[in-house]
Write a protein that binds this ligand. Structure first.
Ligand code: MG
Length: 373
């Protein structure tokens, strides 16, 4: 479709520490494999997405969410003619910098850091993981990923201008990310909207008709499903309609992006970087559907008292642990104790907490305060 905008792997700016070529895997395929084999990737299994574990064993966690994002992003990349391996690597890595307890955890870590004039950003943390914290190779720290994967990791969800983020000056500030990276955020949006709808429906938080009232695109699909499968159960009709909605959203992403590329008449991947705006986009109709879904989920799921109570507990656990370790960094385990002698303690404590899984964070809290988290 828009093969001309595919980033040619042969033009990669390469790795920080040069390595010999692999006989049958190209650099993006190797990056994908390195991410899958990393410890940060495996920890995604024990980090929550929206619902805390324990309510149900088939709700999404951050690992299964990541697999869904990857599937959607790869499908879009393939049909558009983009580099599927680069897209896959970026999708697999897109949440590895997430701290425990989802967005509540991220916001609280950021709030704690702001008290020291610093900040926490999960994309930046992901970069630090792949550049430093993963220690698996004898010859270099981190995973030594290609420039394009690291750039996509810090840029997939927001652009930054020159001088805005001094620590990211190496990553072409002011330029758009490659189209493969631009797909990730929208694939993420499709995946979490659909998954949260599915999990919250399973938790009995609303009926399919209540979604239909607020999300017209879902309503139209549901009506057709009810006519076509009148004997199906309400649950089957819900799932059938959701499946078709995901398909419509992915198609909207593919069509919107292809139309945008045609309109902007961009010649190649390098030209994508120099456009004032991103190329990846939904069609107007699917953008409206995605917005309506978000609003529905906000009102009926994210802002409900049950989830607010979960968030309140997670936030206070992180805040208390942060204070506990900053007050006396010798309470940190090695090598963090030693790091805190040279680096700002709040930064070391932040890195330690950000790497925790939900369960490990709870255990640490229990050990620190002798109370269940
Ligand atoms: Mg995500």
């Amino acid at each position: 479709m828009i093969e001309r905008l595919r980033f040619p792997v042969a033009q990669s700016r390469g790795r920080q520490y040069p390595e010999p070529a692999h006989p049958y895997r190209n650099p993006f395929q190797r990056d994908r494999d390195r991410i899958v084999h990393s410890r940060a990737f495996r920890r995604l299994e024990a980090k929550m997405q929206v619902f805390a574990p324990g309510i149900s064993d088939h709700f999404r966690n951050r690992l299964t969410h990541t697999i869904e994002v990857t599937q959607i992003a790869r499908t879009a990349a393939r049909v558009l003619g983009l580099d599927e391996d680069l897209t896959e690597a970026l999708a697999l890595a897109h949440d590895i910098g997430h701290p425990p307890f989802a967005h509540a955890g991220e916001d609280e870590l950021n709030r704690q850091m702001q008290r020291y004039g610093d900040r926490f950003d999960h994309n930046l943390h992901a970069l630090r993981i792949v550049e430093n914290f993963e220690q698996r190779y004898a010859r270099f720290p981190g995973l030594n990923l290609t420039f394009e994967v690291r750039e996509g990791m810090v840029k997939h969800s927001h652009d930054f201008g020159p001088g805005e983020r001094p620590e990211l000056d190496r990553y072409l500030p002011g330029l758009r990310p490659l189209l493969e990276a631009q797909l990730i955020d929208l694939a993420d949006e499709i995946a979490y909207n659909a998954a949260d709808l599915d999990d919250a429906f399973s938790a009995g938080m609303f009926t399919a008709n209540e979604i239909a009232e607020r999300v017209p695109q879902y309503g139209a699909i549901l009506e057709a499903v009810e006519t076509q499968f009148p004997g199906a159960s309400a649950r089957e009709q819900f799932h059938e309609a959701l499946r078709q909605l995901i398909d419509a959203l992915v198609s909207g992403l593919v069509e919107g992006t292809a139309a945008n590329a045609a309109r902007a008449a961009v010649a190649d991947a390098e030209a994508v970087r120099h456009l004032p705006d991103r190329v990846a986009t939904f069609t107007a109709e699917t953008a409206a559907a995605s917005r309506a879904l978000k609003q529905f989920l906000f009102a009926r799921v994210y802002a409900t008292p049950e989830l607010a109570e979960d968030r309140r507990r997670s936030v206070s656990m992180i805040a208390e642990l942060f204070g506990f370790f900053v007050e006396d960094p010798r309470r940190l385990p090695d090598p963090y104790t030693r790091l805190a002698e040279t680096d700002p303690p709040h930064r070391v404590v932040c890195d330690y907490i950000a790497g925790m899984t939900d369960a490990f964070c709870r255990r640490t809290y229990e050990q620190a305060f002798g109370l269940p988290g």
